[in-house]
Design a protein around this ligand. Structure first.
Ligand SMILES: NC(=O)C1=CN([C@@H]2O[C@H](COP(=O)(O)OP(=O)(O)OC[C@H]3O[C@@H](n4cnc5c(N)ncnc54)[C@H](OP(=O)(O)O)[C@@H]3O)[C@@H](O)[C@H]2O)C=CC1
Ligand SMILES: O=C(O)[C@@H]1CCC=N1
Length: 273
């Protein structure tokens, strides 16, 4: 029988994960999602056929896995209110919150709990997510496998041995979709500037990104070689790549990802005390 999974919070990230799980064949009736507002839950019930609940305490009463998917800023209060119910059941805790440490969450929920911290991303909604996972010492092998199975239903899973590496995961894949969306916007706008209709520029930009990612995943060549293969000597791509390099794209990416990881650490300091 499928494990009962309760999502505390039914926003962008939670719906991306349970939507992807259901798409991958996970039984919707084994999934519960909560929100303070039934108005928010009603369309989710209708669309996915999941169970919903406005009372977090009730929602965790029969859960094998509790996925914490509210904003980090309210996590402490949400955990405090569920503490007794969690201690009565001791489910596996999986948190997707940026910046909140496993120890902190365990303490907020009353202690002695198996906690997995997960940094997923929103492409989970289309089965193409990428999640970094870290387990505290109370997590059993069976619970690791359970979490791997849940998250693999929505994409790639990478375990990290040190919790601090989740900051790097956040900087690369957790926040990463937004970097690519920014690049898509810029490429579409550039296409329009060069005379293409906007819809056509968008289709070409997205298909090119999709094709490049698929090709890089399937090829035995590294991205640098694949890039070189597009750059005919003296040709058009070479000019564009030289323009990116002259504008120090690599430094821009380095600075943005460092800022992202630094914010994850800052949030841990601000919220985790
Ligand atoms: N978005 C992303 O790409 C990623 C997000 N994350 C993490 O996921 C978590 C959620 O983010 P995201 O989904 O973007 O945020 P959302 O705001 O979309 O979702 C949070 C949801 O929690 C609900 N909520 C508020 N209070 C409670 C409560 N007491 N009990 C249950 N639910 C409640 C909110 O309802 P209402 O709107 O009615 O207040 C909202 O629907 C964050 O911790 C974030 O760090 C991690 C990786 C990627
Ligand atoms: O921006 C954020 O804080 C969350 C965490 C990673 C992606 N979105």
């Amino acid at each position: 029988m499928a494990s009962q999974v309760t999502f505390i919070g039914a926003g962008n990230m939670a719906s991306a994960i349970f939507g992807g799980m259901i798409e991958g064949g996970y039984p919707a009736t084994a999934i519960t999602a909560t929100s303070p507002s039934d108005e928010h839950l009603a369309p989710l019930r209708q669309r996915y056929g999941i169970r919903t609940e406005t009372d977090n305490t009730k929602a965790v009463a029969n859960a094998d896995v509790v996925v914490l998917a509210v904003k980090p800023q309210i996590m402490r209060d949400v955990c405090a209110a569920m503490r007794d119910a969690i201690q009565a059941r001791k489910p596996l805790i999986v948190s997707v919150a940026a910046g909140l440490g496993a120890d902190t969450l365990e303490t907020w929920l009353g202690g002695e709990l198996a906690v997995i911290r997960c940094m997923p991303n929103t492409p989970s909604l289309v089965g193409a997510g990428a999640s970094g996972l870290y387990a505290n010492s109370r997590v059993s092998d069976a619970q690791r496998q359970l979490a791997t199975g849940l998250l693999e239903a929505v994409g790639l899973v990478e375990w990290v041995d040190e919790e601090s590496l989740l900051e790097a995961v956040t900087a690369i894949s957790g926040s990463g979709p937004a970097y690519f969306f920014l690049f898509f916007e810029a490429l579409e706008a550039a296409g329009v500037r060069l005379g293409l209709p906007a819809a056509s520029a968008r289709r070409l930009a997205l298909q090119t990104a999709y094709g490049a990612a698929r090709m890089a995943q399937q090829s035995d060549k590294d991205p640098a070689t694949l890039k070189q293969n597009v750059m005919s000597p003296g040709g058009t791509t070479e000019r564009a790549i030289h323009s990116f390099e002259a504008a120090e794209l690599r430094r821009i990416v380095e600075e943005a990802t460092e800022a992202c990881a630094a914010r994850a650490r800052e949030m841990a300091r601000e919220l985790g005390q």
